[in-house]
Design a binder for this molecule. Sequence first.
Ligand code: BDR
Ligand code: CA
Length: 306
Amino acid sequence: MLKRPIIIDTDPGIDDALAIAIALFAEELDVRLITTVAGNVCLEHVTNNTLKLLHFLEKDVPVAAGASRPLIEPLVDASNVHGATGMEGFDFPEPKKELLLKENAVNAMYRVLMESDEPITLVPIAPLTNIAMLLSLYPEVKSKIKEIVLMGGSASRGNKGVMSEFNIATDPEAAKIVFDSGLPIVMAGLDVGWKALVYPEDSEKMKDMGKTGEMAYCLFKKYRGGSFNTGLKMYDSCAIAYLLRPELYTMEDAYVDIELSAGMTRGCTVVDLKGYLGKEPNTKVCMDIDGEAFRAWFLEYVGKCI
Ligand code: BDR
Ligand code: CA
């Protein structure tokens, strides 16, 4: 099978951990590099978490650490959702430090992209700081990027502010650079993340589905991305599900801009579904998802992990 090459940019993060595990064991995907960025918790923690996760999953994918803060503003993390160190609730092995490259995330992405014979899909599931720096420093990489399939934004309401989603609101300037890049973008935001739910009976099943399932069960007990009883939001897996099962989604082409003004709506994705702004669409927006089919997909793919 021809595997689709991807680079994951991440801030694990409990939902990131599951998205990464699924991607690493999906036979359709070839994860060439994982880059880390400050987001859910600080850079040191998200990088350590990635290295711990890879040790646990027995996968040797190179990791490069990136930005320790957003471009302009200080980091406001989400440790209230993911726990103080970002992946609380499970006893992981030591971080596999030998997987950490000496290169920073931007240079590592640049090298991996330029060395590749075929264009690579970028899958950012975190604030877009690293991706914005990559596109600004090395615009020549654009021809090597197939598309950017990101988790972030919302065509409706927010989860960080009234109208803004965490990944975009954490670094709005970076998001603006990415959405203005001219690259094909798929936005899997809150409109689908809020419906990509895992229920207690799913978690119970996962507990007995191998060590990844057991890890998921333990992390989910601590994860405040929803409630264990009424459904946990698997935001970041929405980007991976789009790569593997695009038919789960209802899509709309739209021009998306980022609100940068200071005030209540800073960091919101302005999704122009009706063409008020008179701009050509720059994004394929995931507007809806078949939640039941997502649940089945999620369990199936967690089942493919060790
Ligand atoms: C996004 O914010 C983070 O807390 C999650 O990992 C996800 O990437 C959801 O808004
Ligand atoms: Ca994330």
